[in-house]
Design a protein. Structure first.
Length: 189
């Protein structure tokens, strides 16, 4: 006789959300299994720090479990989930700014140095953007969200989102072009 957990991998996500909302931990575990890689990748793009990304992803998953009953429509889960991820990142930035104002610095705030002989990749270039630019660029180009969707997720004005995306993309191009220039690899080491 098949076990209950054998049933969950074949269930539609909205059905799993409904089950998890009623307290079904196995359904929630299946939701986590389906979404955790995507969530961790998104957070890594935001912060360029694997350990911090994993911590933030864990915070998001805890918020999902604690607040899932507030989600009225199970089909709205993907957008709600992404909003929790973005909100968690923005909360982290606010806490980090408060700590910086108090004179404390954390290792995750510094862009990692390029390893000798390695080419600069997109993640390293993203790490050199301002946090708000990086957030908007990642949501636009990596997540495929429209400017209006990003404005809704981040509570930023639409014009600000457009500016962050345009200036972030220009800055990325400058960073990557500078690195690709002759002699740039030797200068980076």
């Amino acid at each position: 006789m098949p076990q209950a957990q054998d049933f969950y991998p074949d269930c539609p996500e909205a059905f799993l959300v409904s089950l998890a909302r009623s307290g079904d931990r196995t359904a929630f575990e299946e939701l986590v299994r389906r979404r955790q890689s995507q969530l961790r990748n998104l957070m890594r793009r935001f912060c360029n720090d694997n350990a911090l990304a994993d911590d933030l992803a864990q915070q998001v998953l805890m918020k999902v479990w604690l607040n899932l009953r507030q989600l009225k429509e199970p089909a709205a889960f993907p957008a709600w989930f992404k909003r929790l991820a973005v909100t968690t990142w923005l909360e982290h930035l606010r806490r980090k700014d408060a700590l910086r104002g108090a004179g404390e610095l954390h290792g995750a705030e510094r862009a990692p140095a390029a390893a000798p002989g390695m080419g600069m990749d997109l993640d390293r270039a993203l790490a050199r953007l301002e946090p708000e630019q990086r957030l908007c660029v990642v949501l636009s180009y990596h997540e495929g969200l429209s400017h209006r969707e990003i404005a809704g997720l981040t509570d930023m004005p639409l014009g600000t989102v457009k500016t962050h995306i345009r200036s972030g993309a220009e800055r990325l191009r400058e960073i990557l072009e500078a690195y690709a220039a002759p002699g740039a690899q030797e200068a980076a080491t």
